[in-house]
Design a binder for this molecule. Structure first.
Ligand SMILES: [Zn+2]
Length: 166
């Protein structure tokens, strides 16, 4: 268990970071907009849990807590309407929530063609102003970095496998 606020900062949390830490795992939280939390919370979530203006997300891959706020407010994966990609490694979990690119859809395209068009398609949609990451993605941020990283890892793995089969 990481102790509060002295774990290594993650490379993808360079943007605004709240200093407070996840009450479940101790990892440093990352600021997330209230509208993201409110959009992601299941309808059954008590209003009082969403009444805070300052929320953080827990970036840990293994911790059940997704969002937290002062006063012991914690929303777990079970309280969230979508599978949270950085906590749920499932193949059908979206990496792009705006346009429903899942790990499976990207992997199937890479397996069939050797490449994935997801990053290019999402990039074009972002340029056209058609994404809504602040309310569709549980991170509240753009998926492009995660989509590209996943695509590259799959393509690299496929190329290594192809070389080994030579
Ligand atoms: Zn946590």
């Amino acid at each position: 268990m990481a102790s509060c606020c002295n774990s290594e900062p993650r490379s993808d949390t360079s943007s605004a970071e709240k200093p407070d830490c996840c009450p479940r795992c101790g990892e440093r939280g990352k600021s997330v907009a209230r509208q993201t939390v409110a959009g992601m919370a299941r309808l059954e979530t008590p209003a009082a849990a969403l009444a805070h203006s300052e929320f953080s997300l827990c970036p840990s891959n293994s911790c059940e807590a997704v969002y937290f706020a002062d006063g012991g407010i914690v929303l777990e994966q079970k309280d969230i309407r979508v599978p949270v990609y950085w906590k749920d490694p499932g193949i059908d979990v979206p990496l792009c929530y705006c346009f429903s690119h899942t790990r499976r859809s990207i992997a199937e395209q890479v397996a069939a063609t050797g490449a994935s068009s997801a990053f290019a398609a999402v990039s074009a949609a972002v340029r056209a102003g058609e994404c809504a990451c602040d309310v569709k993605n549980p991170s509240g941020t753009c998926c492009l970095g995660d989509v590209r990283q996943y695509e590259r890892a799959l393509v690299a793995r496929r190329e290594i496998a192809a070389r080994e089969n030579d």
